[in-house]
Design a protein around this ligand. Sequence first.
Ligand code: IMP
Ligand code: MG
Length: 190
Amino acid sequence: MSEELITQRDGRVERVAPYLTEDQIQERVRALGAELTRDYAGQDVVAVAVLKGSILFFTDLIRQTELPGLTCDFLGLSSYGSRTESSGVVRLTQDLSQHVEGRHVLIVEDIVDTGLTMQYLLDNLATRKPASVQICTLLHKPSGTRVEVPMKYVGFTIENHFVVGYGLDYDERYRQLPYIGIMSFEDPGD
Ligand code: IMP
Ligand code: MG
């Protein structure tokens, strides 16, 4: 596993401490892929990547499925708020390119924290009359829950940390890391 990553930016020190290794993530993604293969066998499923955080998870996950009826689509959501806390005010910034009426929708998300983003998306998708909608999230932070959303597939349940890597960002950085790390900050003089 990699060492702690230390970066100086905007007069502060940003630290990323290794948390979930690339191997741990890939092993879990394989298991989730196998589960999806069993659950969606023979079905018309639209796998929806929630941009941008889920991109690495999404591309690894779909490669671990064997579902000839699978199609991919992308959707952008943004939640206003500070850089490490979500406000719960969610907006659709990019819509799907496919119709989902009568089809099985699998939402692929990076992390569910308050649940407000997924609640918004579930409500939005329900109006389009899909055959079913399920959530597959890589991470779940139960300590942040403000609204309970049904998550059928969860990669890892984690403590209340702000995490980056494997698609997850802080201020658009660190998405490219193949592992997940815990982010912390130090002000000069700390
Ligand atoms: P929720 O609406 O509070 O459930 O948060 C959903 C979104 O906030 C996620 O899709 C992420 O984009 C972002 N988010 C929440 N926690 C973290 C984190 O620890 N690191 C990076 N992004 C996060
Ligand atoms: Mg997200």
